[in-house]
Design a protein around this ligand. Structure first.
Ligand code: ADP
Length: 328
């Protein structure tokens, strides 16, 4: 099974920060998003106003957090990082909101996970830079009006559809981050191999990029594994063959799928006769959470046309049967 397979996982690892671009110019791809952001930053600075609130959506590992760190650094301001899953009540937001500096950034990752009362609390914070703080309880409760420093909220979500319209509408800038081209991923691999002091030729970079599920985080994770493998098995030399052997060893196939991705397809075909079947049924059978499947596994399977989603559930495509060498 795919569990315990660090390299294949799509969760952040400590290397994320060392390989993460620090300036917008170091970012590869997403040209249209970068152009628009540069204009918005430029204009806001010209007016001496904080940048409008920004919402990024898209599958994990495509650069949402990276944007949330490079934008404040372009603007010469600070950023506080929060996660929607950790903000259970409005009071959990207070430390962040009261700490805001003029024009600084508050980043809330997984913003679709904040509960409704928190969401409503954000409305006035975002719109009027003002919050109400309730002191005391019951009949003794008093409401205190508190002015915030004008700030920029950057929200990130893998599920734009789960955000309520009133919250979504309060973001002036909304950007969808799409998949990366092979060319962009090759460039990311090349640049990061320089940072890692590991010579990687074009063919090797292409093998890694090709098996990285169109996702920079995957490209970085695969590159780090290739480095370990090359150091331990090939005296530090990286070739296309070595990349292939290294990635084969951890179960990454020629489409870039890992064991969990193939486990999903296998479950769908073997247990559910190729579907249509519900996500929860697949998740229960695989013993993983449906959130994990929906966030980390399905987006690339959908993009690769290995599965389709309909109202009746998920279905494996002919391409998926061919890839797993099974017959429908
Ligand atoms: P997300 O927040 O969307 O899950 P991240 O911003 O954490 O994704 O990106 C994961 C890693 O991928 C980053 O640490 C960074 O090294 C790399 N990365 C993401 N986007 C880019 C990009 N446009 N150019 C270069 N590297 C990138």
């Amino acid at each position: 099974d795919g569990e315990g397979n660090v390299v294949a996982s799509n969760t952040p690892d400590p290397h994320d920060s060392s390989l993460r671009p620090r300036r917008m110019d170091e970012m590869v791809g997403q040209r249209d998003v970068i152009e628009k952001l540069k204009i918005a930053i430029d204009a806001a600075q010209g007016r001496g106003e904080p940048l409008g609130h920004i919402l990024f959506d898209g599958p994990p590992g495509l650069g949402k957090t990276t944007f949330a760190t490079v934008i404040p650094s372009e603007m010469g301001t600070t950023v506080q990082m929060a996660n929607g899953a950790g903000i259970r009540a409005p009071k959990d937001l207070l430390p962040y909101l009261t700490n805001l500096g003029e024009g600084s950034v508050l980043f809330i990752d997984e913003i679709h996970r904040v509960p409704k009362p928190v969401e409503e609390y954000l409305y006035t914070a975002m719109e009027d830079f003002r919050i109400d703080i309730v002191l005391g309880e019951g009949v003794n409760a008093r409401t205190l009006n508190y002015d915030l420093k004008p700030f920029t909220l950057i929200g990130a979500t893998t599920r734009a559809g789960m955000l309520s319209a009133p919250l979504r509408d309060r973001f002036q800038i909304r950007e969808h981050l799409g998949w990366y081209s092979l060319e962009d991923l090759c460039e990311i691999v090349q640049r990061n191999s320089v940072k890692l002091n590991l010579p990687v030729d074009d063919d090797s970079a292409e093998v890694i990029a090709d098996r990285s599920r169109s996702t920079p985080r995957m490209a970085n994770n695969r590159l780090l594994w290739v480095r370990d493998y090359a150091q331990s098995k090939a005296g530090g030399k990286v070739t296309a063959d070595i990349c292939e052997a290294a990635l084969d060893m951890i179960g990454i196939d020629n489409l870039g799928l890992d064991k969990q991705d193939r486990g999903y397809l296998d479950t769908l075909m073997r247990i559910f006769a190729g579907g249509p079947t519900g996500l929860d049924a697949i998740a229960h059978t695989m013993n993983v959470s449906s959130d994990t499947l929906e966030d980390e596994v399905e987006p690339f399977l959908l993009r690769s046309e290995l599965i389709v989603r309909s109202r009746r559930g998920r279905m494996a495509t002919q391409k998926a049967y061919r890839h797993l060498k099974k017959t429908a």
